[in-house]
Design a protein around this ligand. Structure first.
Ligand SMILES: [Ca+2]
Ligand SMILES: [Ca+2]
Length: 224
């Protein structure tokens, strides 16, 4: 992203959501998400100015919504998530907003995926642009109970108005939830915060044995 002054920044408010367009000298613009409070959500989601935190169901305290409900919410054809994953997606959470762009515009965001499950339960996180799905990370990539953080820049090849969505889902069953955090790109805070990493690793180390046992007990009740 170009380092431009405020005079070059156009603030566009749409349906309560704020997206910052930092105009570059060329035609294309870099689009940062500056506030998540105006985004629509379904499932178990926490929205703030700085970030959106999305959680799958976990069979205990967290409730997601069905994959069919997620597809309807995001404007995806029914069955898209199962087909995309090649495995049965069961539940999850999602957020969405509408964005009008020109060809060449770039949407940037930081994200962090925490897998709370192990293979073959390939929980995954994604973002959608219109009806196209893009994988962010899954258990297969980060390993059992693993995590990863990255920055994604998506270039729109065609101008228009798009529904932009983010989601995280369970695969095969609805237990051992995973989560996705999305943040505006270019913020001062690292993604994820060091304290969060330490806490997650500690919790993972202590929880792994219990989680395997728990899953074996639940296997007979697994959702399909
Ligand atoms: Ca399914
Ligand atoms: Ca899971």
């Amino acid at each position: 992203m170009k380092n431009l002054g405020l005079t070059n920044t156009l603030l566009v408010a749409s349906a309560g959501a704020t997206l910052v367009f930092a105009a570059s000298p060329s035609h294309a613009a870099v689009i940062n998400i500056s506030d998540f409070t105006g985004w629509q959500s379904t499932g178990n989601v926490n929205l703030s100015n700085e970030q959106a935190a999305l959680f799958t169901g976990d069979g205990m305290s967290s409730n997601g919504v069905s994959d069919a409900a997620l597809e309807a919410f995001l404007g995806l054809t029914k069955g898209t998530l199962d087909a995309f994953n090649g495995q049965n997606v069961t539940d999850g959470s999602a957020i969405k907003n509408t964005l009008t762009v020109q060809a060449g515009d770039v949407l940037t965001f930081d994200w962090h995926f925490q897998a709370g499950d192990y293979l073959p339960y390939n929980d995954f996180s994604f973002f959608s642009v219109g009806t196209s799905l893009n994988r962010l990370a899954d258990v297969l990539q980060v390993g059992n109970f693993g995590q990863t953080a990255s920055r994604t820049a998506y270039t729109f090849t065609t101008g228009g108005t798009y529904t932009i969505g983010f989601g995280v889902v369970n695969t095969f069953d609805r237990s051992l939830g995973s989560n996705l955090i999305v943040r505006r790109s270019g913020g001062d805070e690292p993604v994820p915060e060091p304290v969060t990493i330490v806490g997650s690793l500690a919790a993972g180390a202590f929880g792994v044995v219990l989680r395997y046992k728990k899953k074996q007990q639940e296997k007979a009740n697994s959702d399909v």
